[in-house]
Design a protein around this ligand. Structure first.
Ligand code: FMN
Length: 192
């Protein structure tokens, strides 16, 4: 794997975070059921407001009808590479609190937190993840029979990373471009 994507940090951030990135070139290697269950369980251990855990993960393995349904909902710019992922996971947020049917204002936030736990657990196992917001929510909700009190938030492509050379442009260039972030003094400040 090219070291070009390893984060060049200002401070000693842990390797798991430095080494995580979002590839588009996935190998044909599948992910075992046990590994996938481990990755999804990691998501369940994310914190959430009032421990509501307002999320569900709906997945499909490449080569199954479920996988094809998720691919069909992806944006045209995501389909060409995401169709080669080993697994596609739709992270679905539950919008209402179960007891009162009031809106859970944190469902998006909590689902994002769970997703980040999934990404880091996968990374620790040598499995790469690429989050996508580029998909048709209504299409996916219909394909996956997601009820109206739930919302597909992102689709996560999971798989073992492969050579950038296997990608067409513009994806190949993106795969070989270093990652960058806003400097710490732009995103943080001490309140005085
Ligand atoms: C909510 C969200 C939506 C995203 N949507 C897409 C997408 O539709 N297509 C895509 O290629 N990448 C998508 N990404 C991946 C980001 O582009 C990527 O995380 C960002 O460029 C930083 O790169 P890195 O993850 O390699 O550090 C998305 C990421 C997030 C968190």
């Amino acid at each position: 794997m090219s070291p070009i994507k390893i984060a060049s940090t200002q401070h000693p951030v842990i390797d798991l975070i430095k080494n995580r990135w979002s590839p588009r070139s996935f190998s044909t290697q599948t992910i075992s059921q046990e590994s996938l269950q481990t990755i999804l369980e990691a998501g369940s251990w994310a914190p959430s407001a009032n421990n509501q855990q307002p999320w569900r993960f709906i997945y499909g393995y490449r080569g199954t009808p479920g996988f094809d349904k998720i691919v069909a909902a992806l944006a045209p710019g995501n389909q060409p590479w995401a169709k080669n992922a080993a697994v596609l996971v739709a992270a679905v947020g539950v919008k209402e609190l179960p007891d009162t049917q009031q809106k859970n204002h944190y469902y998006m936030y909590d689902t994002g937190l769970a997703t980040s736990f999934i990404l880091l657990q996968a990374q620790s196992m040598g499995i790469y993840a690429h989050v996508m917001g580029g998909f048709n929510k209504q299409h996916l909700a219909e394909e996956a029979a997601i009820p109206s009190n739930e919302e597909p938030v992102v689709v996560i492509a999971l798989g073992y990373a492969d050579d950038a050379e296997k990608l067409e442009e513009p994806y190949k260039t993106r795969e070989l471009t270093p990652r960058n972030r806003k400097p710490l003094d732009v995103i943080s400040a001490e309140l005085v």
